[in-house]
Write a protein that binds this ligand. Structure first.
Ligand code: HEM
Ligand SMILES: *[C@@H]1O[C@H](CO)[C@@H](O)[C@H](O)[C@H]1NC(C)=O
Ligand SMILES: *[C@@H]1O[C@H](CO)[C@@H](O)[C@H](O)[C@H]1NC(C)=O
Ligand SMILES: *[C@@H]1O[C@H](CO)[C@@H](O)[C@H](O)[C@H]1NC(C)=O
Ligand SMILES: *[C@@H]1O[C@H](CO)[C@@H](O)[C@H](O)[C@H]1NC(C)=O
Ligand SMILES: *[C@@H]1O[C@H](CO)[C@@H](O)[C@H](O)[C@H]1NC(C)=O
Length: 328
């Protein structure tokens, strides 16, 4: 079993490879990579160090940080709104309740950044850097994170309930939600590859396990028989819906292409994962990514930059929160 530091070594090689290939045309943006060069030159080192520390105590945190950035960006743009506490917060929206995690780690990163450069770096930018570092330290690609977002002043629980995709939706419904924030089918497939790390609860897929009319069957694929038996044991009917299992059974902590090979081998976990095989265009991408890690890494990085660019909140709007959980 390899430990996380060896993933870091591999990550470095892979990122050098990606750098040599070049990340294709960064989308035109009001954000830029050098925003904090003068005001907080060490921000990248500080965030990297804190993310490393967090992963050393729990490797799953990489997945949780990546997902937080995604859930932030899909609701009112990447504005740190997911981080706000309060009963009207996005934390209580269905896709996040008892599910989104990593808030304490974000607090720790924010404190470290505040000590070095007070009132300078937004929580939204910290999430974007932390998500990149989480992917890199899991063996995934490097990309240059665009920065300069301000933190929003409101959470949007309704927006989170309506805007975030559900694991029970069809590919068309999911694609529509991505399109609503300017992301296309390639982004859907590439970013779904984020499910190469992390865990999901029984409650998010157990409808697939005991439905005598379907038993894991979806449009094109039924669930692998051994996997079905495993999951029926892990997630019995009327059992604990909070129990978790790996989204990528092959390598839960490693950012690789197994998510896509799993899909092609009927080992996708969520219905929304398997639904990527329900359209020829999406399936072609799944097939390409499954055999071409370089293409997957390049497209994932590109889509992460695009996602990070959803409706950026730019000065004079918004603020730099000092505590990510509350507006100043
Ligand atoms: C395409 C539509 C998507 C759907 C329907 C979806 C749904 C889900 C669900 C249901 C879970 C399990 C949550 C739980 O059981 O607590 C999950 C976990 C996760 N998702 Fe997605 N997701 C989607 C897209 C994405 C994207 C775009 C990313 C990031 C690029 C992402 C990253 C993750 C990660 C890393 C986890 C594991 C989190 C952890 O272990 O803490 N997902 N997702
Ligand atoms: C919340 O999000 C929805 C989109 O789902 C948007 O129409 C609405 O204006 C947002 N509300 C606030 C207060 O930002
Ligand atoms: C079983 O699957 C069918 C067909 O997809 C669906 O209509 C039905 O609601 C499912 N039943 C349960 C209990 O999940
Ligand atoms: C589906 O799984 C249930 C529970 O294991 C089993 O009783 C049922 O016979 C299965 N149905 C089919 C069609 O395989
Ligand atoms: C999971 O745990 C939470 C908090 O303990 C609880 O409120 C919730 O009902 C549980 N959910 C499921 C699906 O069992
Ligand atoms: C995916 O593979 C197909 C067939 O090999 C090829 O025609 C297509 O251009 C590839 N798509 C991408 C995005 O690389």
């Amino acid at each position: 079993m390899r430990n996380w530091t060896s993933f870091g070594g591999q990550a470095l090689l892979v990122s050098l490879l990606i750098l040599c290939l070049g990340i294709p045309d960064v989308v035109k943006s009001q954000l830029s990579t050098d925003v904090y060069d003068a005001t907080c030159p060490n921000v990248f080192q500080i965030v990297r160090k804190e993310v490393k520390k967090a992963l050393r105590s729990e490797m799953r945190m990489a997945a949780s940080l990546l997902r937080l950035h995604f859930h932030d960006c899909f609701v009112n743009g990447c504005d740190g709104s997911v981080l706000l506490d309060g009963s009207d917060g996005e934390k209580f929206a269905l896709p996040n309740l008892n599910s989104a995690r990593g808030f304490d780690v974000v607090d720790t990163i924010k404190s470290a950044v505040e000590s070095a450069c007070p009132k300078t770096v937004s929580c939204a930018d910290i999430l974007a850097i932390a998500a990149r570092d989480a992917v890199l330290l899991s063996g995934g690609p490097f990309w240059k994170v665009l920065l300069g977002r301000k933190d929003g002043l409101v959470a949007n629980q309704t927006g989170a309930n309506n805007g975030l995709p559900s694991p029970f939706e069809s590919l068309d419904q999911i694609t529509a939600k991505f399109a609503a924030v300017g992301l296309d089918l390639t982004d859907v497939v590439a970013l779904s590859g984020g499910h190469t790390i992390g865990l999901a609860k029984c409650a998010t897929f157990n409808t697939r396990l005991f439905n005598s009319s379907t038993n894991g069957t979806t449009d094109k694929s039924s669930m692998d028989a051994d996997m079905l038996t495993d999951l029926q044991n892990l997630c019995p009917q009327n059992g604990d819906g909070n129990k978790t299992t790996a989204l990528d059974r092959n390598s839960r902590d490693l950012f690789d292409t197994h998510y896509f090979t799993n899909l092609l081998n009927n080992k996708g976990l969520l219905l929304s994962d398997t639904s990527l095989l329900s359209s020829d265009a999406a399936e072609t991408l799944v097939e390409n990514y499954s055999t071409n890690p370089t293409l997957f890494f390049k497209d994932f990085a590109k889509s992460m930059i695009k996602m990070g660019n959803i409706s950026p909140l730019i000065a004079p709007n918004g603020e730099i929160r000092t505590n990510c959980r509350v507006v100043n």
